[in-house]
Design a protein around this ligand. Structure first.
Ligand code: FES
Length: 121
């Protein structure tokens, strides 16, 4: 049972300064007692967070090397079979999981830092 009185959990993910140098950062977060991989991106001045799990096969999108963007920096790409995702919506618009979306994560920016926010953790 979820404790509705519990404050949302907040986890530091990255600094905006570092995302300005390299636009992605990986992290691990816990949900329902299980560790999950996530990543956060800085794209066109906005920050977005997603679970690091392709919607084609449940494996990470990167090869563990923190590379998520296509060469032109306009799309996210699964390194295994090349599914391409919109960085803003997480929608797969090309590849084997076309029409599916990455699982979004709630992120907040405060004082130059990016945090993951989870309810009822
Ligand atoms: S596992 Fe991502 S496109 Fe195949």
């Amino acid at each position: 049972m979820t404790d509705v009185n519990r404050a949302p959990a907040r986890q530091w993910l990255a600094s905006l300064e570092n995302l300005g140098r390299h636009p992605t950062a990986k992290f691990t977060f816990k949900r329902d007692g299980i560790n999950h991989d996530g990543f956060v991106i800085l794209f066109e001045g906005r920050v977005f967070g997603y679970e690091n799990r392709c919607r084609h096969i449940p494996i990470t999108i990167d090869y563990g090397d923190n590379r998520f963007f296509t060469g032109d920096g306009k799309s996210l790409v699964c390194q295994t079979h090349g599914a391409m995702y919109d960085p803003v919506t997480g929608l797969c618009f090309q590849g084997p999981c076309k029409g599916s979306s990455l699982f979004p994560l709630k992120v907040e920016v405060e004082d130059g830092n990016v945090y993951l926010v989870q309810d009822g953790v």
